[in-house]
Design a protein around this ligand. Structure first.
Ligand SMILES: [Zn+2]
Length: 519
């Protein structure tokens, strides 16, 4: 009472309010519990009691700190996947949901065994749950409920009539996808965004109308990916922002504040699609590509293009993401030329044949297998694609240009006036675009020359580092390279190329293994 008087409230008024509260809840509260609730409304701090009796049909607004054996019914407004963390050698799991009734909302922490309902994808926003034996406490200045070992949580089919519908709590539009078939699950990764580094996962799913959709799971919602699998048929509900970016026809959705995933069914789907034979393009948004590394050239904008081959065809993979560029650039490339690689989670570019690009989830798995070298055939007539051939021919034509990339930020740079140079020790990587055109027995060949020192030394008498030096001195090496190649062209000097013959779009492609001028 001292605390109440200090706040300037009349003792009689306070007791009257307590009585009113007791009547309102139908005599289910004892005088102490009612006093606590009234005191809370008045903004008076009363010492928490640890022995409150079971309170039935209590409203969220009535909850004060320190209550035990609470019983409350509310509508689920958000479900977050369990967060797993480690403390003192123990694994701790907690899933947060948000509950609402006609008086307000309250966050609820579900501890084991109640995290299971979320892990099994059993709870959806809009569901009404009844919780027994919860405790109230303050967490970071906010009141919340803890549902732990001694508690119970039940989804109830016939909610009390005074539980408002979902729309009452969420102002934004709620999107519902039912019977979404999950095809791919891209695990959480960190990515740099305008709002700083954020975690993101993605699912590729198909609607019952056979439309592929992508759902981006941001922040703590990325951990849904841990509980999802290809073949899950799910109910997705929540605030989803639809983005139809660029030329892509795939609808993309980004999750907002309120979201849940409920499992409806499980079906058989091919979990991971790996393309080894480039003739077939899978009907998927995310898939894996396997092949040997056959080249590297500058790409559009800040990208690099990695050439991969299945042994018969050439595919180009546009490396958009830093992580991917980092993994193939420079000396790593030289060592890995001809090496087999599985690139996971890539996308097709606008359904263009053999054109792919990296995604935020792309990972490179280098294999311990390299392109097999054999004795090259000298006969063009009866050679099969994918076989090794030796061609001796003068240079008919060429195209050459160089792009430079920063070894720190992997952006294309145009002069030494680049921020990274001022701030730290960085290297510049010259990645030329270099193609040779040859003719032999009325067949036209194009040779994509990879950024490999020994090839540059043989062809131009200078390694790639020369190109880099030119750049650092603010000079363009193109005219020198052109001079050397024009001379070779004019003199009719023969080039001997031992390489793998591939099917190109217009001409035959020759992926060089060895190349040298012969006099
Ligand atoms: Zn940089």
């Amino acid at each position: 009472m001292k605390a109440v008087r200090k706040k300037g409230i009349n003792e009689e008024d306070f007791l009257r309010m307590v009585e009113e509260k007791m009547q309102e809840v139908g005599g289910l509260l004892d005088i102490d519990a009612a006093a606590m609730i009234v005191a809370k409304h008045l903004g008076v701090d009363l010492p928490a009691r640890r022995d409150l009796y079971s309170l039935e049909r209590l409203y969220i607004t009535d909850i004060v700190e320190g209550l035990r054996r609470l019983e409350i019914t509310g509508r689920v407004i958000n479900v977050d996947p369990p967060l797993v963390f480690y403390r003192k050698g123990r694994t701790i799991k907690v899933s947060k949901i948000l509950l609402g009734d006609k008086t307000g909302t309250i966050p609820v922490s579900l501890w084991p065994p109640h995290t299971q309902i979320v892990e099994r994808l059993g709870l959806s926003i809009g569901d009404v749950v009844k919780i027994y034996n919860a405790r109230s406490k303050k967490f970071r200045e906010r009141l919340e409920l803890n549902v732990g070992e001694g508690s119970q949580l039940q989804i109830i089919d016939e909610p009390p009539p005074d539980i408002p519908p979902l729309e009452h709590f969420i102002e934004e539009d709620i999107t519902t996808f039912t019977d979404l078939k999950i095809l791919s699950v891209c695990p959480p990764v960190e990515t740099r965004t305008r709002w700083g580094t954020r975690r993101v996962a993605c699912i590729e799913a198909k609607t019952p109308g056979n439309i592929h959709v992508k759902i981006f799971l941001w922040g703590s919602k990325a951990y849904w990916a841990r509980y999802l699998e290809p073949g899950h048929v799910i109910l997705v509900k929540g605030c989803l922002r639809e983005v139809r970016g660029g030329e892509e026809q795939t609808p993309e959705y980004h999750v907002g504040k309120y979201f849940s995933i409920k499992l409806l069914n499980t079906i058989e789907v091919e979990k991971e699609v790996t393309v080894k034979d480039y003739r077939h393009s899978p009907n998927r948004l995310f898939f894996n590509l396997e092949g040997f590394i056959a080249g590297l050239t500058p790409g559009r904008g800040n990208t690099l293009t990695l050439l991969l081959s299945d042994g018969k065809h050439l595919a180009s993979l546009n490396l958009i993401h830093e992580k991917s560029k980092e993994q193939v650039m420079a000396d790593l490339f030289e060592r890995n030329y001809g090496r087999y690689l599985t690139v996971k989670y890539i996308e097709n570019i606008h359904s263009r044949k053999l054109s792919y690009r990296t995604t935020l989830w792309t990972v490179f798995q280098f294999q311990n297998r390299f392109l097999k070298k054999s004795k090259p055939s000298r006969e063009i007539k009866d050679i099969e694609k994918g076989e090794q051939i030796l061609i001796e021919s003068p240079i008919k034509d060429y195209s050459f240009g160089t792009a430079y990339y920063c070894s720190y930020c992997f952006q294309k740079i145009f002069s030494v006036e680049h921020d990274c140079f001022a701030e730290r020790e960085v290297k510049v990587h010259a990645i030329p675009y270099f193609r040779l055109f040859l003719t032999k027995e009325n067949q036209q060949f194009v040779v994509p020359v990879p950024p490999i020192n020994k090839f540059y030394e043989k062809l131009l008498n200078m390694g790639l580092s020369y190109l880099e030096e030119f750049f650092l001195e603010n000079e363009d090496p193109t005219s020198i390279v052109e001079y050397i190649l024009n001379e070779a062209k004019a003199s009719g000097k023969k080039l001997s190329i031992n390489g793998i013959l591939l099917e190109g779009a217009r001409r035959l492609l020759l992926i060089p293994i060895e190349l040298t001028f012969i006099s």
